[in-house]
Design a protein around this ligand. Structure first.
Ligand code: FAD
Length: 337
């Protein structure tokens, strides 16, 4: 494909561009901004967070429809959350913490974490990156990357690019340039290892059931009392988020949303014997959890092409892994500079 001069003249230029503002991409943006580089982060959604985002509700409250908490076990993530907690961005959820691992939540909602990290970067929302072109900018001997959206419009030019999207979404971007074949292979191999889940919020009268319930033999995998998280207490109602069991979800991925809603309400009522006062629409997470957990390289970086990959699927397959992946990649980039 040709890249016209007009594309280059009108496109903003950064040292580094990050695709994806979930936990991994946002932390990359934060760490790189601190090192004085010009950073741009782009997400297809309206805000940051990805699978650690929050849903805004009518009455100016919100709930976490993705990961309900982040469990930190590693010394690097524990140090990161110590700092975030001092800055009032997170709080430990003591009821869910165990010896050797601590659970943390965003304050006042999960998306506060990524919002905090993207604040010093240029954040472009509602833009799906679809295509990479390599270009040579004036006065530079090394080529840069021109990132284009799904309408083939230029978005940004950057010397280095990090793709912090789930494996299948990373793969579809990497497939746009033949030089990225090695990274593409890695992303393609990981693409099949995801589970899907439905998640829905609902409200009941306040009750004394536990903050986290994992029913056995039910289509519901977990029920979390969102208002029991630190700094969210509500006297008036209990607000729950329920998540479906992955095998059941696989069979009902394309079912009618109204049927999903009624089925979830019935299952909830059978487990808790509580009347639901209000509920939201079920949200379908096609890629909720990465299930393969054998990778020993926490990130990928092509030194030759200045393109890297970060995300949970490269490390542990969970929220803490997304953070460890970002930290490892940024340490690596700093070392080679
Ligand atoms: C229902 C649910 C429950 C979970 N429970 C837990 C749990 O209990 N414990 C745990 O540790 N983890 C849990 N997880 C998983 C955890 O949320 C993820 O591991 C973590 O959030 C992944 O972060 P990430 O940055 O790697 O990816 P993501 O959060 O997926 O971020 C990727 C971002 O990239 C953006 N993007 C993708 N493609 C493009 C593109 N082409 N252009 C622009 N932007 C793009 C997406 O919009 C997204 O914002 C759960 C997830 C879900 C959905």
């Amino acid at each position: 494909m040709n890249t016209s001069n007009t594309d280059q003249i009108h496109t903003p230029i950064f040292d580094i561009a990050i695709v994806g503002a979930g936990l991994a991409g946002s932390l990359c943006a934060h760490l790189l901004s601190q090192s004085g580089q010009t950073v741009c982060i782009i997400d297809k959604s309206r805000g940051s967070g990805g699978r650690a985002s929050s849903k805004r509700l009518e009455d100016d409250t919100s709930c976490d429809l993705g990961t309900p908490y982040i469990v930190a076990k590693h010394s690097d993530t524990l140090a990161l959350f110590k700092q975030l907690t001092e800055e009032h961005v997170t709080a430990p959820w003591k009821q869910l913490s165990k010896a050797g691992s601590q659970a943390f939540v965003g304050v006042p909602k999960m998306s506060a974490i990524t919002r905090h990290w993207v604040q010093n970067a240029n954040f472009i929302t509602s833009t799906r990156i679809h295509h990479f072109n390599q270009i040579t900018t004036q006065g530079d001997d090394q080529p840069s990357w021109l990132l284009r959206d799904d309408k083939y419009q230029p978005v940004v030019i950057a010397k280095k690019v990090i793709i912090a999207a789930p494996a299948s979404q990373a793969a579809s971007i990497l497939a746009s340039h033949e030089k990225l074949a090695v990274l593409l292979l890695r992303a393609n191999q990981a693409s099949a290892s995801y589970q899907s889940q439905w998640a829905m919020w609902l409200e009941t009268e306040p009750c004394d059931l536990n903050a986290l319930i994992e029913p056995k033999g039910s289509l519901i995998k977990r029920m979390i009392k969102d208002n029991y998280k630190p700094m969210r207490h509500s006297e008036k109602v209990d607000r729950w988020v329920i998540q479906t069991e992955p095998n059941w979800t696989a069979q009902h991925l394309d079912s009618d949303k109204e049927w999903i809603t009624q089925t979830l309400l019935q299952a909830f009522a059978e487990i808790t014997e509580h009347r639901v006062l209000k509920h939201g629409e079920p949200h379908r997470w096609f890629l909720s959890r990465f299930t393969e957990n054998k990778g020993n390289h926490c990130f990928a970086w092509s030194f030759e092409h200045n393109v890297g990959l970060a995300g949970d699927w490269l490390c542990q397959g969970d929220a803490e892994g997304a953070l460890l992946s970002a930290m490892s990649l940024i340490n690596h980039i700093k070392d080679i500079n």
